[in-house]
Write a protein that binds this ligand. Structure first.
Ligand code: WTA
Length: 635
């Protein structure tokens, strides 16, 4: 990005003011100066926040991969685009230059076309963190197919639900994945999922492990021989600015996951601009984001943001603790990483280890360190600052969401003075507002409220796949005319924001968003369960852990309760994935309800936290005796 680095605090305020006063002019110039277009836009933005109809760069034509790859071939062809660090530190690192990436993406894209994939088709990608994950996403973007990446920790039921929701025509998977000392057979999960779907015509297989897997004639094919035969020339599809780029599912407060739909031009402009500024990216930096590409953080800041800037991005297959708890620090030193971006849950887990693991590594290459996914607590912030940043690297606490496409609130390193646990100030173009329960905007500082955004930005999701009404209801109805984030926030005396957490039924566990409804739905499938309610409670590594209150059909049942607990977690693992397992399960004879039959989660949350004296107003409770019983049961 040319000349778009915010240089100082006065410059930030100047840019910010400009972006608010005239957003069209602001984004017009950024889009004009930094990307290649087949055709420029007729209008910068058109929106209706009540109908949730948002369009950016109207009628512009482009291709994402021309911007991520082709244009860098002129002067960065031998530069590394991707550094692949395998799970096993003894396995060779792979360096993929922009030239090689171009070739591999073109070949992959030609294979997709040969297999019948056309513009607009949905391709489900269920792969471990290997280069083929990035390459297959880019190959989709090359030919205008819509990728729907499913995190490779999800269960077969979760895969099936996502395939069915967007009617994927193809699945790209591998014969397994390595995670620490575990090997997981991903293909078996896909095979199971495909029994519950009917739209998938082809399955392409990447060989990652030695696991032998069945290859179903006519449907499944190994990708390697197809790639060998494929041409390295692939004419990119000309895409409209608002053509879909990808669908990415996120949890909601009802059972069905929401397929957030992101389109091409706005997402491109926004991820490129935020990457450049939030990480102070300079040519020849080595950027490492430890998220999985299966989440939005990986989409935007492992893949698209870095490649759009011609950066070198690290793809790490492993886990922080394997083979030893210094794996992250070893990788930083090995590749001379300059920007490191991770989640508070990983920081808290590593901070529990002996400090020698981190202190003994040379981390002097680092310039900026980042945090994402959940609030970072004071202790973790200081540990990160002292032991990883060594008090010389600004911490960027970046707040954003799958729905927002890119970072919305974050310090600009070397510009915004940081403050522990605060995401600080909105990026240019972002207009946060706090509202109270009466839908009134709270003006002034030193206040808290529900966080909304007043004006659209280029990276905002355009819809929920196949259900625009749900998109309107979830995000644009609570506070008409504004985008509602689902988060609460505090604004301090200088206008810095601190995100206080979700105000809806989403719980963030180890940085993963989990809706309570889908978990409850799966528990309720156990034949012995009548009803259940899930709440979160504070956990010193995961941030939040899950507490389930479960009512059995036969209260007096003399079943082995521990066994029942195991069975319940087994169902959750099968239906959603191991990330949604409950830490605690308490059997109860009833759930506290209001007279209108709503479960009073507020009280259950207090019980789970052990805050028995903070129930607040309980006068609307239908069954106060149940609360007493649950309290006693826990003690
Ligand atoms: C939470 C991840 C506090 C928040 C990019 C948000 C955060 C949800 C932060 C989105 C942060 C994300 N501080 N909370 N820096 N970043 N969150 O969709 O509750 O996986 O609404 O996107 O994570 O999670 P998602």
């Amino acid at each position: 990005m040319k000349n778009y680095q915010i240089e100082s605090l006065p410059d930030y305020f100047k840019q910010y003011k400009k972006s608010i006063k005239n957003p069209k002019k602001f984004w017009d110039k950024i889009a004009d100066d930094n990307f290649v277009w087949y055709q420029k836009w007729e209008k910068v933005v058109k929106y209706d926040m009540r109908e949730a109809k948002i369009e950016w760069f109207i009628n512009a034509k482009l291709n994402m991969t021309k911007n991520c790859i082709d244009r860098h071939l002129l002067n960065r062809s031998n530069k590394n685009a991707i550094i692949f660090e395998p799970n096993d530190p003894n396995e060779a690192v792979q360096y993929i230059t922009y030239q090689e990436l171009h070739e591999r993406v073109c070949k992959f894209a030609n294979v997709l076309r040969d297999q019948g994939i056309q513009k607009g088709d949905r391709v489900c990608i269920y792969l471990p963190m290997v280069p083929e994950l990035a390459i297959s996403m880019l190959a989709c973007a090359r030919i205008g197919a819509i990728h729907s990446v499913v995190f490779a920790g999800f269960s077969s039921s979760a895969i099936a639900a996502r395939i069915n929701d967007c009617e994927s025509k193809m699945v790209i998977t591998s014969n397994g994945s390595f995670r620490g000392d575990k090997t997981i057979n991903l293909k078996a999960l896909v095979d199971e999922a495909l029994e519950k779907t009917h739209t998938v015509e082809k399955v392409l297989l990447v060989k990652r492990t030695d696991i032998e897997v069945p290859v179903k004639e006519g449907r499944d094919q190994w990708i390697a021989p197809l790639l060998e035969k494929a041409s390295a020339d692939c004419v990119p599809e000309i895409m409209d600015a608002e053509d879909p780029l990808f669908i990415l599912y996120t949890s909601g407060s009802t059972g069905k996951p929401k397929g957030m739909l992101h389109t091409t031009a706005g997402y491109m402009v926004y991820t490129a601009y935020t990457f450049k500024n939030v990480f102070n990216y300079q040519e020849n930096d080595i950027f490492w984001c430890t998220a999985d590409i299966g989440w939005i953080t990986g989409h935007s800041y492992i893949l698209y943001g870095p490649l759009l800037n011609g950066a070198t991005t690290v793809i790490f297959e492993g886990v922080p603790s394997y083979p030893q708890p210094d794996r992250f620090w070893e990788v930083i030193d090995k590749h001379k990483v300059t920007q490191f971006y991770t989640a508070p849950t990983a920081i808290r887990a590593l901070a529990k280890e002996d400090t020698k693991w981190v202190d003994e590594h040379d981390l002097s290459s680092l310039k900026v360190i980042g945090s994402v996914g959940e609030p970072i607590n004071d202790e973790a912030w200081h540990w990160y600052n002292d032991h990883v940043g060594r008090k010389k690297c600004p911490i960027v606490d970046t707040w954003w969401q799958t729905e927002t496409g890119g970072i919305l609130i974050s310090p600009i390193p070397f510009v915004t003075p940081t403050k522990p646990t605060y995401a600080t100030l909105p990026l240019p173009g972002i207009q946060p507002v706090l509202l109270n329960d009466k839908r009134i905007e709270i003006i002034g500082n030193q206040t808290t409220g529900n966080l909304c955004i007043r004006y659209p930005w280029p990276g905002i999701a355009r819809s929920i796949w196949g259900d625009h009404q749900r998109y309107i209801e979830t995000y644009f109805s609570a506070y008409p005319g504004k985008y509602f984030t689902g988060d609460g926030a505090l604004r301090d005396e200088v206008g810095y924001y601190r995100i206080t957490g979700r105000v809806d039924d989403v719980i963030i566990v180890s940085g993963h968003n989990l809706g309570t409804a889908p978990i409850e739905d799966s528990i309720n499938e156990h034949p012995a369960v009548a009803e259940s309610a899930i709440v979160g409670y504070p956990h010193d590594i995961k941030g939040n852990a899950l507490y389930g209150f479960v009512m059995l059909k036969d209260i007096g049942e003399s079943r082995d309760k521990d066994n029942l607990r195991k069975e319940i977690n087994q169902i959750i693992t099968e239906q959603i994935g191991p990330i949604a397992k409950l830490d605690k399960i308490q059997f109860v004879s009833g759930l506290p309800k209001t007279r209108s039959g709503k479960i009073m989660r507020r009280i259950l949350r207090k019980i789970a936290e052990g805050a028995f004296d903070q129930f607040g107003d309980t006068s609307t409770l239908l069954n106060p005796e149940v609360v007493e019983e649950i309290k006693e049961g826990k003690l």
